[in-house]
Design a protein around this ligand. Structure first.
Ligand code: GDD
Ligand code: MG
Length: 346
């Protein structure tokens, strides 16, 4: 079976983290985000995976390679210009005449894809969307289903007023199983959105269109910094089923430093005496000074945090320098190469 991962968005809402790093390659616990999706696909027996790219395709290809190490066959297709989610799928899936799984390239989930595909087949669906109940559907695509599981209505980014009229809080989780007939609804090479163009046409034509609700599974869109940080912390706390913990790298940790068992560190990390690392992720080559405290935070490769600093609930990009006794408070997000003078508070 085939899968197409839609990974061509610019990741604007995840800035500054995506200024130098494409969204699919942002690390979740020291591993490129997209690798978790690849692992999930492989687990369901899907090993032909096409990445649909348009923004920074070379960087993504370089980070992911051909997939041989991952036990899958990765193919990269770059659009001449962004074609929208539906157009990108049509372009990337051209020639595939088999049922295809399509993933938004920014969702982290432990959904059992094999069960989703099975439900799609049993019902004889042309298209099945995984759905997730959420508190505020306004950032997403709101989906209303009937009792038999068929989809009655799809409303992308509904306004709060329109939501109050709808008897649903389940949203499109960005995971689809599609029959090749869906490709006929999208002209090759043209810009189309699944959400605004293709799904409404499926509804209009009355094709067998089903929802599959994820009740207990973990699901998160990593598209904004707060959510990106929480995805890392959820991974540390073992909330996602089926993903092995990232092994710690070969690091130089002072005996007088304290790193709790939840935290993960990559190769080349240096932690000086008296430092405390709690519930955090340290990327390759990160250096933590004496008596510095890092808590509930993610720090990307080669960043140095000098002595006496306090970092809490923050994401710090690559190759930053945080000066002595600086304080970085919850919610802070520092882009790559940021420099903070000693004693700065952000
Ligand atoms: N190749 C390609 N080309 N990929 C694209 C393009 C494009 O022109 N536009 C967007 N994508 C990719 C993005 O990289 C992302 O992985 C995915 O398609 C979805 O786009 P987002 O920009 O992240 O959409 P969203 O988060 O606002 O909403 C979507 O996801 C929600 C779930 O997280 C919609 O599908 C909603 O209905 C859904 O609820
Ligand atoms: Mg998104």
């Amino acid at each position: 079976m085939h899968a197409v991962i839609l990974a061509g968005g610019k990741g604007t809402r995840l800035r500054p983290l995506t200024v130098y790093t494409p969204k699919p390659a942002v690390p979740i616990v020291n591993r490129a985000f997209l690798l978790y999706q690849v692992e999930m696909l492989r687990r369901a027996g899907i090993d032909e995976i096409t990445l649909s790219l348009s923004y920074q395709p070379d960087k993504i290809e370089q980070i992911l390679g051909d997939g041989a190490e991952l036990g899958v066959n990765l193919r990269f297709i770059t659009e001449p210009s962004p074609l929208g989610t539906g157009g990108a799928y049509r372009f990337a899936a051209d020639g595939i005449d088999d049922t295809t799984v399509v993933l938004n390239g920014d969702i982290l989930t432990d959904l059992d894809l094999a069960a989703l595909i099975e439900a799609h087949r049993t019902r004889g669906a042309a298209a099945t969307l995984a759905l997730k109940p959420v508190e505020d559907p306004s950032r997403y695509g709101l989906v209303v289903t009937r009792e038999d599981g068929t989809i009655e209505n799809f409303l992308e980014k509904p306004t709060r007023e329109s939501i109050s009229d709808l008897p649903s809080n389940t949203i499109n989780a960005g995971i689809y199983v599609l029959e090749p007939s869906i490709m006929d609804l999208v002209p090759l090479g043209e810009n189309r959105s699944f959400e605004y163009d293709v799904f409404p046409v499926i509804l209009e034509r009355g094709l067998p269109f089903y929802g599959y609700t994820m009740d207990h599974e973990y699901w998160r869109d990593i598209g904004v910094p707060e959510s990106y940080l929480n995805a890392n912390l959820d991974m540390l706390s073992g909330r996602l089923k089926g993903f092995a913990a990232q092994p710690n790298g070969d690091a130089d940790i002072a005996t007088a430093a304290a790193i709790d068992s939840r935290s993960r560190f990559a190769a080349g990390v240096v932690v000086k005496p008296g430092a405390k690392i709690l519930n955090s992720v340290l990327g390759p080559g990160v250096q933590i000074g004496e008596k510095t405290v890092i808590e509930d935070s993610v720090i990307w490769a080669h960043t140095r945090v000098a002595s006496g600093a306090e970092v809490s609930g923050a994401v710090i990009g690559r190759s930053c320098h945080i000066g002595r006794n600086a304080t970085i408070r919850p919610g802070s997000v520092l882009g790559d190469k940021s420099q903070l003078t000693d004693y700065t508070k952000v």
